[in-house]
Write a protein that binds this ligand. Structure first.
Ligand SMILES: [Zn+2]
Length: 171
């Protein structure tokens, strides 16, 4: 047991030093993180409504209970309102009673980026669209489902597309 612990310790030590190196190499690029979709503030203002711009680009928060997708139960896909990247499906949505659309997981593939957010005197995990850097909301560890997570997302950050049911013909 101790042997394994030592091996593990050595491996972790190596990983830590590698990461430190990586972190140093990346430190410059991290400050100016770029996303596949990049627009200037003026271009974003043109393509988004004022409310969407405030939420997505200035990390605003819509008033609880006011969002169009809060009590939305239709089947389909929720994409980023900024760039159209698919982020969540209706299967992942649950009624959280917190005032914002809530999901217990995201569509796989690194579509949602997580960032430590120390604003407003709190330690929270901000979630952003990994494709355009748009602010989505925050993720918390108090989810009621098996994932234990609650993605609390602004409706204004999302665009819903209803599911297209294949193989179903109308009578
Ligand atoms: Zn996006």
């Amino acid at each position: 047991m101790r042997y394994f612990a030592q091996i593990l310790g050595v491996s972790l030590g190596l990983m830590a030093s590698c990461n430190a190196q990586d972190a140093q190499n990346e430190s410059n690029s991290m400050e100016k993180k770029t996303y596949p979709v990049r627009l200037t503030p003026a271009q974003w203002q043109d393509s988004l409504s004022d409310e969407q711009y405030y939420i997505l680009r200035e990390k605003g928060t819509e008033r609880p209970g006011t969002g169009q997708y809060y009590l939305h139960t239709a089947e389909g896909t929720y994409s980023c309102a900024g760039c159209g990247s698919e982020l969540f499906t209706s299967d992942m949505k649950f009624q959280s009673h917190c005032g914002w659309p809530s999901f217990d997981r995201e569509i796989e593939g690194g579509k949602v980026e997580r960032k430590l957010d120390k604003s407003h005197g709190m330690m929270r995990t901000e979630i952003l669209c990994a494709n355009c850097g748009g602010h989505l909301g925050h993720v918390f560890n108090d989810g009621p489902t098996s994932t234990g997570e609650r993605y609390c997302v602004n409706s204004l950050s999302l665009q819903f597309s209803p599911i297209e049911k294949e193989g179903q013909t109308s009578p």
